[in-house]
Design a protein around this ligand. Structure first.
Ligand code: PEP
Ligand code: MG
Length: 884
């Protein structure tokens, strides 16, 4: 709170003149306001103004959507101060002051919220202004703009009524552009606009300028909660409580004639990063015209010919601001009768390619430090360099049909395949498809691999489809409950529309949006800048970044992307291939130790070969291999043919196998016979896996590879479970090492993914060399929210304002975080050298990575394609939360 002692009372100050602020006050003044204030401080040509704070916005909502009389008083006394500075008076026809009223949140939300220009105009002011400027055309042009914006933004009257009336007059006059309309035409338009207002509102257009102002401020506050703003906030993780500020500024007019104009420009090219002024402008226009595309603007280069002095002044200011902020700037400017004004500056939005280019260039030019440059890049943007994206022009024309969860980034387009077989066949025929499933299971892996992208109706951000697709670097939208999928009829129905195998759809795995038809994609491309940024990140980070990789191929991808080890190998994922899943099922359904050992003996060489591959790829780096943790429902056969085949192989009847499958059926498989419980029931499984891991490690070591094997026990809730499984692991490992006659160091640790394990972590640490937080399960169990069903529930929770973000994607610092903190403290109390990491999907999410830095973890681990994101996030976190 910003308390000021006013007349002996502590009062919160809700309104600041530009001269009272600076760039450091962005939280209170919003980004736009803080930067306007900063520019005033730099002596740049900025029109006078003041800011109603973000706290006033929050007050507006807590006061039942009203602006209190005290805040209104503050607004009007600042306005009086502004009148003094401007030498003009609000609402005075003799020397009228007109205002622009614009939103400005803490984080920039381009185009999301509302603006009203030319406020303070009424009939009397229009007359006065016409006399004063001797420019009736300008006056009525401004008045018609004001009526339309005020009607749209403040009164919620559709713009289309006004646009139609405007077009009608243009048609009657036989003209193409607004510039060809003269003062009388515009005056006529103003009177038509007033009629529309009267018709729609049942009252005349308000002539009281103070009322216009307060209503507009309220409208800007309200625009914080429009559907599109809420959606944008959700996408960019902007909390509702931040609120928006309102900037009230003296109007300067780009529509005063041929020596006036307005435009937007970037100090460098925001698409490529090229160090060259980039932008466009229109003469005799106001800002909205540039954005709305009413006329085709000139490129900024043209200004150099048209108004060389203004161009030079603008170019100089742009450079000054870039130097001042140490980052590429996005500016708005207006030229009023040959005089330049800057209306806004902010760090410009840019493509991922440009972000890297600009960061590297700014450091080389000495304009910023490596640290600042790293902080200027949004880690999530790196996705665009690693996965294909939609061609922005093609996307603009696309029709959105549904929305699910953004489970795995990228853009994909293809015909629908309803089964893995269809997808695989399509791949062979070189036909791109999207695999559409209710949910996926290991049987779908080949189809997932063959498809361009995956769409599921069920499942959350840590469901099978999401985790596997992310591992493959494949685009996936999960939990899209609007899609009703009928695999046997080969139909998908969305809002009553039926799609079949011949239909094309497109998925955006970064937003979760599903589009109809095919949309052109743009390939990912990486430059040497990427490498440079990753190197800088490594130098600064406290934590290393490992990968969750299940195969030698995935490990290689991860290492190429800069992984510093493997944080999780899900050994059950090594059985996804058709032939292997068959063997794996033999093991699951074995009803006695002898049968199980028989199945395990067939599996072992495959596992050992895979582990050897991992060690080879990760030469010199740590590799964590987790013992089997298969939620059984993901692996049991369901199709009749598969059950038959397995029964034949096992030499039992179909009925007997069906019986066994029924026995294995669990009501809550996620809380069932999985994790270390499997190794407790069947120690021979842990024994086989340990033999395969240590066997592979010895073999690799013999090849001269530096191996650092870490064996991880999943899903423990009680130290005695770990003690039990450790006995098998250590006896087996030590026997193998002794037999080999070679020394080999190995480590044994555990996943921390059940709340009880966190609460008893001091005991657990007695038995563990390392902890790895399995925040997928930890979140599932802390919230009691199923990983496989979260998608459907979340949508309702967002709408009800209960959740702002998906806790399965972004670590909940409050609840899950408290458990993690407890585990860290208790674990390190027992064993100060305990190695700590995270391998839940949160390990690739920047906000979660930041929390891991705060907790003091040693590493984060994530799917291979998220490694670069996690590395940049780790570096940024180290800068924001340095360790002592
Ligand atoms: C976890 O629970 O966070 C984890 C990494 O394990 P899995 O997703 O395989 O359950
Ligand atoms: Mg788990």
């Amino acid at each position: 709170m910003n308390n000021q002692s006013l007349g002996g009372f502590e009062m919160t100050k809700y309104v600041y003149m530009f001269s009272e602020g600076d760039a450091s006050m962005r939280n209170l003044l919003g980004g736009k306001g803080a930067n306007l204030a900063e520019m005033v401080g730099l002596g740049l040509p900025v029109p006078n103004g003041f800011i109603v704070t973000t706290e006033a916005c929050n007050r507006y909502y807590s006061d039942q959507m009203t602006i209190t009389p005290e805040i209104q008083d503050e607004i009007f006394s600042s306005l009086a101060e502004m009148e003094q500075l401007a030498g003009k008076v609000f609402g005075d026809p003799e020397r009228p002051l007109l205002l622009s009223v614009r939103s400005g949140a803490r984080a920039s939300m381009p185009g999301m919220m509302d603006t009203v220009l030319n406020l303070g105009m009424n009939d009397a002011v229009a007359d006065g202004l016409a006399k004063l400027t001797d420019n009736r055309r300008f006056v009525f042009d401004s008045y018609r703009r004001f009526i339309m914006m005020f009607s749209d933004v403040v009164m919620d009257i559709s713009r289309s009524f006004y646009e139609q009336a405007f077009e009608q007059v243009k048609k009657e006059r036989g003209v193409q552009t607004d510039l060809e309309l003269d003062a009388d035409d515009l005056e006529l338009i103003v009177s038509k606009f007033k009629e529309i207002y009267l018709r729609e509102k049942g009252e005349s257009f308000p002539q009281d300028v103070k009322e216009q102002l307060i209503l507009s401020v309220e409208a800007v506050f309200r625009s914080w909660n429009t559907e599109r703003a809420v959606y944008y906030r959700q996408m960019h993780n902007i909390p509702a409580r931040w609120g928006t500020a309102v900037n009230i500024q003296e109007m300067v007019y780009g529509n005063m004639g041929d020596t006036s104009g307005t435009g937007v420009a970037f100090s460098r090219n925001p698409a490529t990063g090229e160090n060259k002024l980039y932008g466009e402008y229109l003469m005799n226009a106001q800002g909205e015209d540039v954005v709305a595309g009413v006329r085709t603007p000139f490129t900024i280069d043209h200004l150099q010919e048209q108004m060389p002095e203004i161009y030079q002044q603008f170019a100089d200011i742009t450079q000054q601001l870039e130097r001042h902020y140490g980052d590429m700037q996005d500016l708005e400017f207006t030229i009023e009768n040959g005089k330049l004004y800057i209306l806004q500056t902010r760090n410009g939005k840019r493509t991922a390619t440009a972000a890297l280019q600009i960061a590297v260039d700014l450091v080389a030019e000495g304009l910023t430090s490596r640290e600042e440059a790293l902080l200027s890049i949004d880690p999530k943007q790196l996705d665009a360099l690693l996965h294909p994206t939609f061609d922005p022009n093609a996307l603009e024309a696309a029709t959105r049909i549904a929305k699910g969860l953004p489970a795995s980034p990228g853009a994909a387009t293809g015909q629908i395949a309803f089964t893995a077989e269809q997808a695989t066949a399509a791949k062979e025929a070189k036909r791109p498809v999207i695999l559409v499933r209710e949910e996926t299971s290991p049987e779908d892996i080949q189809g997932m691999n063959a498809a361009e992208g995956i769409l599921t109706a069920r499942g959350g951000m840590t469901s099978h489809a999401a985790v596997v697709a992310r591992g493959m670097g494949k685009c996936c939208v999960s939990g899209c409950s609007e899609a009703l999928i009928n695999a046997s009829n080969q139909t998908m129905t969305i809002s009553g529309r039926v799609f079949g195998c011949d239909d094309f759809i497109s998925l955006d795995g970064s937003t979760g949006i599903v589009y109809e038809g095919s949309i052109a994609t743009v390939k990912a491309e990486m430059s040497s800048n990427f490498q440079t940024i990753m190197e800088w990140a490594d130098e600064i980070s406290d934590m290393t970044v490992r990968a969750n990789a299940d195969t030698p191929h995935d490990s290689q991808v991860a290492r190429d992307l800069g992984a510093q080890g493997i944080g999780l190998t899900r050994t059950e994922h090594m059985f996804f291939e058709a032939e292997r899943v068959f063997l794996f099922r033999q093991m699951i359904v074995a009803r006695n130790e002898a049968d199980r050992r028989k199945a395990l003996a067939k599996i072992k060489p495959m596992q050992q070969e895979d582990f050897l591959g991992l060690f080879r790829v990760m030469d010199g780096l740590p590799v964590i291999i987790r013992l089997l943790d298969p939620p059984l429902h993901e692996f049991l056969p369901t199709a009749e043919g598969e059950i038959k085949e397995l029964a034949d192989e096992l030499d039992i009847t179909y009925e007997r196998l069906q019986e066994i499958i029924n026995e294995l059926h669990e009501l809550n498989p996620m809380l069932g016979h999985r994790g270390c419980r499997l190794a407790v029931s069947y120690p021979e499984i842990a024994e086989m896996q340990t033999e395969a891991i240590i066997g592979a490690a010895l073999q690799a070591a013999a090849e001269g590879i530096v191996v650092k094997p870490e064996i991880m026990v999943p899903l423990i809730c009680e130290v005695k479970e770990l003690e039990f499984v450790n006995r098998t692991i250590k006896t087996t490992a030590d026997r193998l090492i002794a037999d080999s006659g070679q020394p080999l160091k190995y480590w044994v640790g555990t996943m921390i993914e059940i709340p009880r394990a966190c609460l008893t972590a001091d005991e657990v640490a007695e038995e563990a060399d390392f902890f790895s937080f399995g925040t997928n399960d930890l979140t599932q169990m802390t919230y009691g929210l199923s990983r496989d069903d979260a998608g459907k529930i979340l949508e309702t929770y967002y709408q009800a304002g209960i959740f702002e973000v998906d806790p399965t994607a972004q670590l909940d610092r409050v609840g899950v975080g408290a458990l993690m903190r407890t585990a860290v403290e208790l674990g390190r109390k027992t064993k100060p050298e305990l190695e700590l990491g995270i391998c839940g999907e949160h390990g690739g999410d920047p906000s979660s990575v930041e929390f891991c830095q705060i907790l003091g973890l040693d590493y984060v681990s994530c799917s291979p394609y998220r490694v670069p994101i996690a590395k940049l996030a780790a570096a940024q976190s180290a800068l924001r939360y340095p360790r002592k």
